[in-house]
Design a binder for this molecule. Sequence first.
Ligand SMILES: C[S@@+](CC[C@H](N)C(=O)[O-])C[C@H]1O[C@@H](n2cnc3c(N)ncnc32)[C@H](O)[C@@H]1O
Ligand SMILES: *[C@@H]1O[C@H](CO)[C@@H](O)[C@H](O)[C@H]1NC(C)=O
Ligand SMILES: *[C@@H]1O[C@H](CO)[C@@H](O)[C@H](O)[C@H]1NC(C)=O
Length: 246
Amino acid sequence: MVADIKIVFCVGLAVIFTDVGKSAFIGKSHSGGKADPVLQYVVNNSLREHPVLTKLKLRTLEDPWNIMMVASEQAQFMANLIRLINATKAIEIGMYTGYNALSMALVMPENGRVVACEIEDTYVVIANPFFKEAGVENKIDVRHQTAMKTLNELIAAGDVGTYDFVFIDADKFNYDRYYEKSLELLRKGGIIAIDNVLWSGKVVNPAPDDVTSKSLDALNKKLHKDQRIELSMLTVGDGLTIAIKR
Ligand SMILES: C[S@@+](CC[C@H](N)C(=O)[O-])C[C@H]1O[C@@H](n2cnc3c(N)ncnc32)[C@H](O)[C@@H]1O
Ligand SMILES: *[C@@H]1O[C@H](CO)[C@@H](O)[C@H](O)[C@H]1NC(C)=O
Ligand SMILES: *[C@@H]1O[C@H](CO)[C@@H](O)[C@H](O)[C@H]1NC(C)=O
């Protein structure tokens, strides 16, 4: 199952990788956007990466699935959203090696908490020492099980309406379910950030058998009409939707 997710991921992102310069949008600075001078310029002139984030990124680049890692420039943008709304309670759905979970924890106050959902043991093992090295291991609560189980547990524990920020970045088929659970857990004015909403541009004209692109396109269209939120769809990375709970 996990292998399938990765295949889906890489097929989705491969277009960014091969279409550099031709595509209307750029991708991530560590993979598809690596050779794009405009994205290089953006990174050169705005990235302020914590030294432990830099180390974690370098370690993650040794992993064959590093195309899944969040783009540094996108993580920094989300960290700034966390600052803007004074978030102290965040959820990461799909932690991978922990770049974004660490990036969020680093800008949160001492009482800040990130609930980080990840099913794959290997990634949790890579992430943990970096959380310790950055001194924020007490702020990151890794739940090593399916994200849906964790979200249901948080709801059952009475956390409805208390979270400030959720980043949805795991298996694409469950995005709509993650979105609904996240909206429940979010407070008014809280933010859900949804990754990969452009899926290398394939959502524009999904092939008949491309169920991933179709499901992301359906979610995008649902959110456009959803009166429970304000929204923006950004062309950063592989497409990022920001939904603010009304
Ligand atoms: C795109 S990566 C996440 C990248 C990460 N947000 C970062 O900052 O680099 C997606 C992750 O979701 C995990 N995943 C996939 N399905 C999952 C599920 N049902 N529950 C929890 N994690 C899942 C995968 O193992 C993978 O590590
Ligand atoms: C970005 O910085 C790198 C490293 O210093 C440099 O090689 C590259 O030319 C710079 N690119 C742009 C567009 O600023
Ligand atoms: C965030 O906290 C700062 C300082 O504690 C405060 O001045 C500001 O109004 C808060 N912003 C929001 C959006 O709550």
